[in-house]
Design a protein around this ligand. Structure first.
Ligand code: SF4
Length: 650
C-alpha cells in the first residue's frame, strides 16, 4: 500500500478517534501512549509486528506473555512491535460505522500494514474474538484466502496445544514457549519477503516448534473420530515438538503503566516454570515441563527494576506451585529484609496447602492485605487419589487454623466437580470440609471468619492423563451445583461457580477437531464473541451453529475415548510420552497415585526429547528430576506413609 495512503490512513484514524472516543466507555483503552510503551519510527523501521490479545485492554495489559514478546521484538533495532486489543462492543460499533480499521496503539497503524500479526491464545473462550479481530482488520478470515500481501497470522499460548479448531484461520501456530521463536519467525519472514505465502510457510514450518496446519491433511473414521493427521509437504515434521527455552530469560521489568485500571494492577515475575506434582487434570502442569527455577538474585534485581521503572506497589511471584519453588523461603526472607517497611505488597499465588509452612505465612504477613487462596480441588481420599492431588483434611484444617490465627479473615478454596468416578457423596464432602474450616475460623475470629468457595467444572484437556475421560453432562453438573448451592450458604460462606454452558463450550474447543472451524465461523457470523464473559456467551447461537453444520457437541465432551483412539492433537508433541499418560490414566481408574517426580522420576519423556538441547546449553539448563525444596524434603505421602483422612460432619 503506497505511503501516501498509509499516512492518510493513519492521520484519518487519529482524526476519527478524536471524534468517537468521547462517546465510548473507558477511552483510555484505545489511545496508547503509556509510560514505558515503545513507539518506534514507522517509516525507518523495517519489520513490523502487531501483538494481539483477543480481549479488552483491561485484560490484555495484565498478560505477561504479550509483554515479554513486546520486549523481545522491540529489542531488535530493525523491528517494531505494537499492541492490539479487542475493542469493547460500543467502540467496535463506532469503528465499523466510521470505517476505522483495527489499529495498533503505538503508531495507530491499521493492522493490515504489518508484516506479522501474533495472537496470544491462553484459553479457548477467545476463539470468536480472533475471527472478529481479523474481520475488523480487513483481513480475510481463512488462512487459505490470505496471500503474501497480507500480514502472516500466527498464534501461540496454552490453548494452541490443540490448534485444530482454529486451523482454518491461523497460518502457523507456535507450540510451546515464545521468547526465542518469535524473533526466529520474524527474521525468517523478513528474509522471505516478496516470496509466495506458501514458500514463506515452508520456511516457517522448518522452525522447531512451528505448526503450519495447511501442511497437514486430516482424515476421519465413519464414527467421526480422527483416522490420521499426515504431513503433505516435506518441510512439515510428522509430529511438531514443542519449543522450550533452556533457561528462563532475564525477567521483563519495563512494564507499561496502564492508562486505566486493569484486572491485575500489579507486576508479575515468573519465579518458576513447570511443575512436577503430576495432578492428572492439570493441563499447564503437563505442557510446561520441565521445571526451571529462577535464582533469588535475579528475582530481587527484577523487583528493584520494576519499582524503579513503573512505581508499581504490588508484585506477584508467579508459578504453578510457588511453595515448590526451591528458594521460596530464601526469597521471601530477602524480600522481607529489603522491603518490609516500603509498603510493597507481595502476592504469592498457588501456594499448596501441605507445604504452606507457618513461618512462610508470617513472613508474608505484613505485606498482604487480603485472604489466602488454596486449591484442594477435591475433598475425599478417593477423589484425591484419582486426581493425584493428595491433601489430607487434617492438613487443610491445620493450615486454616494457621491462617486464621494470624488474623487473616478469609480463606478462598478452589474445588472442581466432574472428575472421573465422582459421586454426590464426594460433592457433599466439599461442603463438609468448607463448613469445618469455617468452624475453625469462627473459634478464632467469631463472626469475622469467611470461607469463599470457587467451584469449577472439570474439563478434560489434551496432553493430560484425563484426555480420554468423558466430561460431565449438563444434568450431572446441574445436580452437583444444586447440592452445593443448597448447602454452601449462610454467614461466612460464599460460593461462586462456572456456568454449565461455559464449561460445555470450553470442553468442545479443548478436545475439538478441525471440523469445528466452520462451527466457530458460523457462531461468529451469528454474533458470538466475548465468550469468556458470562453475560456475553450465547449458548443458543452455538447450538444453532453446531446444528447447521451437522455436528454434535456432546461428541466432543461427553464421549469416553478408547485408549487406541487417534486424537486431533496427536501430531502436536508436548514432549510427554502418550504411553506415560495412558499408564497414569489407568492408574487413576485404580485409584493409584504417583508421588511428585522430584522424589522419583517416571520418565515422562521430557529428558530424551530435550537431551540434545540440555547438552548444547553451557549454562546449567535444568535438572530432571529437579532438586527438592529444602523445607519439603520430608513430604507427606512422598515415602508412601499417609496422614489418615478425618471424616468431617456437615
Ligand atoms: S523426566 Fe522425570 S523428573 Fe522430569 S518431568 Fe518427567 S517424570 Fe518428572
Amino acid at each position: 500500500m503506497e505511503l501516501g495512503t498509509v499516512m492518510m490512513q493513519s492521520n484519518l484514524i487519529h482524526y476519527k478517534l478524536k471524534r468517537i472516543l468521547p462517546r465510548v466507555t473507558k477511552p483510555g483503552r484505545y489511545v496508547g501512549g503509556e509510560y514505558n510503551s515503545v513507539a518506534k519510527d514507522w517509516d525507518t523501521t523495517d519489520f513490523k509486528v502487531a501483538l494481539a490479545f483477543p480481549d479488552i485492554y483491561d485484560l490484555g495489559m495484565s498478560n505477561l506473555g504479550i509483554m515479554i514478546l513486546y520486549e523481545q521484538i522491540n529489542r531488535q533495532p530493525d523491528m517494531l512491535a505494537e499492541r492490539v486489543f479487542s475493542p469493547w462492543t460500543d467502540m467496535e460499533d463506532l469503528m465499523r460505522a466510521e470505517g476505522i480499521p483495527l489499529y495498533s496503539l503505538e503508531n495507530k497503524r491499521p493492522i493490515r500494514e504489518f508484516d506479522l500479526l501474533g495472537i496470544s491464545l491462553p484459553y479457548e473462550q477467545l476463539y470468536t474474538n480472533v475471527l472478529n479481530l481479523l474481520h475488523l482488520a480487513n483481513l480475510p478470515l481463512r488462512s487459505s484466502s490470505r496471500d503474501e500481501s497480507y500480514p502472516l497470522v500466527i498464534a501461540g499460548g496454552h490453548a494452541c496445544y490443540n490448534p485444530e479448531p482454529l486451523a482454518d484461520f491461523i497460518d502457523a501456530f507456535v507450540i510451546g514457549e515464545g521468547e526465542e521463536i518469535i524473533v526466529e519467525v520474524a527474521r525468517t519472514l523478513q528474509a522471505m519477503r516478496g516470496q509466495s505465502r506458501t514458500e514463506q510457510l515452508r520456511a516457517i514450518a522448518r522452525i522447531q516448534g512451528m505448526y503450519v496446519p495447511r501442511f497437514y491433511d486430516v482424515s476421519y473414521n465413519d464414527d467421526g473420530t480422527v483416522r490420521e493427521v499426515v504431513p503433505n509437504t516435506p518441510e512439515a515434521p510428522r509430529r511438531v515438538l514443542k519449543r522450550i527455552v533452556p533457561v528462563l530469560p532475564t525477567p521483563f521489568t519495563r512494564f507499561l503503566v496502564p492508562n486505566i485500571d486493569t484486572v491485575h494492577n500489579r507486576a508479575p515475575i515468573e519465579i518458576m516454570r513447570g511443575c512436577t506434582r503430576g495432578c492428572r487434570f492439570c493441563h499447564a502442569g503437563m505442557i510446561t515441563r520441565p521445571v526451571r527455577e529462577r535464582p533469588v538474585a535475579e528475582v530481587m534485581t527484577a523487583i528493584g527494576e520494576i519499582i524503579a521503572n513503573t512505581g508499581f506497589e504490588e508484585i506477584s511471584l508467579l508459578s504453578l506451585s510457588s511453595s515448590d519453588y526451591v528458594y521460596v523461603h530464601e526469597l521471601v526472607d530477602t524480600i522481607h529484609e529489603q522491603y518490609h517497611d516500603s509498603g510493597l505488597s507481595l502476592s504469592l499465588p498457588s501456594l499448596r496447602i501441605e507445604s504452606a509452612s507457618a513461618d512462610l505465612l508470617d513472613k508474608l504477613g505484613d505485606t498482604r492485605r487480603s485472604g489466602f487462596t488454596f486449591a484442594p480441588e477435591a475433598a475425599t481420599e478417593k477423589m484425591r487419589d484419582i486426581i493425584n492431588k493428595y491433601v489430607p483434611d487434617e492438613q487443610v484444617l491445620e493450615t486454616a487454623r494457621a491462617v486464621y490465627s494470624r488474623g487473616w479473615r478469609t480463606i478462598k478454596f478452589y474445588f472442581m466437580i466432574g472428575h472421573p468416578e465422582e459421586t454426590l457423596e464426594d460433592v457433599q464432602a466439599i461442603i463438609n470440609l468448607c463448613k469445618a474450616v469455617l468452624r475453625e475460623g469462627q473459634k478464632l475470629l467469631g463472626g469475622k471468619a469467611n470461607v469463599n468457595v470457587g467451584v469449577s467444572t472439570f474439563i478434560p484437556k489434551p496432553h493430560t492423563p484425563f484426555q480420554w475421560v468423558p466430561q460431565d453432562t449438563h444434568e450431572q453438573v446441574e445436580q452437583k451445583l444444586r447440592l452445593l448451592k443448597d448447602q454452601l450458604r449462610g454467614h461466612g460462606l460464599h460460593l461462586r461457580w462456572n456456568s454449565v454452558h461455559e464449561s460445555a463450550f470450553e470442553g468442545w474447543m479443548s478436545r475439538g477437531d478441525r471440523r469445528l472451524g466452520r462451527v466457530i465461523e458460523r457462531a461468529w457470523e451469528l454474533g458470538c464473541k466475548f465468550d469468556a464473559w458470562q453475560d456475553m456467551h450465547r449458548h443458543d447461537l452455538w447450538m444453532q451453529a453446531f446444528d447447521e453444520h451437522n455436528l454434535a457437541p456432546w461428541f466432543y465432551t461427553e464421549r469416553e475415548r478408547s485408549i487406541e483412539e487417534v486424537f486431533p492433537w496427536d501430531h502436536i508433541d508436548a514432549a510427554v510420552h502418550k504411553k506415560f499418560l495412558i499408564d497414569d490414566y489407568l492408574m487413576s481408574i485404580k485409584g493409584e497415585t504417583r508421588v511428585d517426580c522430584r522424589d522419583k522420576c517416571f520418565a515422562c519423556g521430557i529428558l530424551p526429547k530435550f537431551k540434545e538441547m540440555r547438552s548444547q546449553t553451557e549454562e546449567m539448563a535444568w535438572e530432571c528430576p529437579p532438586v527438592k525444596p529444602i523445607s519439603d524434603r520430608k513430604r507427606a505421602g512422598s515415602d508412601g506413609e499417609r496422614t489418615p483422612n478425618v471424616v468431617l460432619s456437615p
